[in-house]
Design a protein around this ligand. Structure first.
Ligand SMILES: Nc1ncnc2c1ncn2[C@@H]1O[C@H](COP(=O)(O)OP(=O)(O)O)[C@@H](O)[C@H]1O
Ligand SMILES: [Mg+2]
Length: 300
């Protein structure tokens, strides 16, 4: 893929000059040579440099375990970079700076992979929860906001239901209404399509795009669901095990890429640079037919 120079594209950057720290430019989040490991023995993110453009939907795709959720946790300040910097709207994140974390987290809406709703509360009270926790708004105003947010996800009519009464697809939309309750500038979705039927998946995908465009927020979608991501994203970043970025660009650029690793992932090909077979001895050795023809390399 051609190296991009467009300012709004999520480009891996080689070096971040002072300009990258200027607030209110086209970049909302920047990873500047970020390395991270949960322990010293294994790096999960390895020297990652990326820019996430403001007001766009960027998808981070990659196979399970490659570090997508970890990358989001660094943006949310759950963990700090081992080296390098994560810059949010011109501010370098410092997880030890409690005041900064509190202030910046209020600007984020997060839909975590297993983000649980409070099952003993109603749909309404789940969405009202962050408003009651983080603001002193009067109850009448909270009611209006909650109903507006539920309306945005098509569930105003379900406000009085209990969580135990709603379907999986509805639960995901309620969690989304809760995530947008405080009008976040950045919404991060971790595997928003996982476990949904095709209709609910389509609804969720359309909602992510619509909310992004209506509210002008920035959206980050982490998923291994390639077709859904390609359909709703402005930009796509492909990550691979070892904490590397394999490719980045528009969905069309990634789908048209001739790079074997990108092709294998975007087309869901079972074999390629990522091998179908776990390393094994030759078939002939395992099956005791040394010298048999036609098996060479099958177990590789
Ligand atoms: N809290 C944690 N402590 C230690 N290792 C973790 C933790 N969370 C994730 N990992 C490991 O980090 C790697 C990346 O995980 P993750 O970011 O969840 O990947 P993805 O979201 O792409 O599936 C995995 O090998 C996982 O086992
Ligand atoms: Mg994950």
């Amino acid at each position: 893929m051609p190296e991009s120079t467009a300012a709004e594209r999520p480009v891996p950057t080689r070096c971040a000059g002072p300009a990258s720290l200027k607030p209110h430019d086209d970049t909302l989040i920047e990873f500047d040579h970020v390395t991270f490991g949960y322990d010293a023995s294994r790096l999960i993110l390895n020297d990652i440099s990326l820019k996430f453009p403001r007001g766009k939907v960027t998808a981070i795709i990659g196979s399970s375990g490659c570090g997508k959720t970890t990358l989001m946790r660094l943006i949310a300040g759950v963990h700090g970079a081992t080296s390098g910097r994560v810059v949010f709207d011109g501010e370098v994140l410092d997880v030890r700076n409690k005041a900064q974390m509190f202030r910046l987290r209020r600007r984020l809406g997060m839909l975590f992979q297993f983000g649980a709703l409070f099952t003993d509360l109603t749909v309404f009270d789940n969405v009202a929860f962050p408003l009651r926790e983080h603001t002193d708004l009067p109850e009448a105003l909270i009611r209006d906001i909650v109903l507006m947010k539920l309306n945005a996800v098509g569930l105003r009519g379900a406000a009085s239901l209990r969580i135990s009464e709603v379907s999986g697809g509805m639960a995901r939309r309620i969690a989304l209404a809760r995530a947008i309750a405080l009008d976040p500038e950045l919404i991060m979705y971790d595997e928003p399509f996982a476990g949904l039927d095709l209709i609910s998946m389509g609804v969720a995908a359309k909602l992510i795009r619509t909310l992004n465009d209506i509210t002008g927020c920035t959206s980050l979608v982490v998923s291994h669901d390639v077709p859904e991501c390609m359909a709703i994203s402005d930009y796509v970043v492909l990550m691979a095990n070892g904490g590397r970025i394999v490719a980045h660009g528009t969905p069309a650029e990634l789908m048209g890429s001739s790079d074997p690793e990108t092709r294998q992932f975007t087309r869901g090909e079972p074999d390629g640079p990522v091998k179908f077979h776990y390393p094994a001895p030759e078939m002939a050795v395992d099956f005791g037919v040394q010298g048999a023809a036609g098996n060479a390399g099958a177990g590789r």
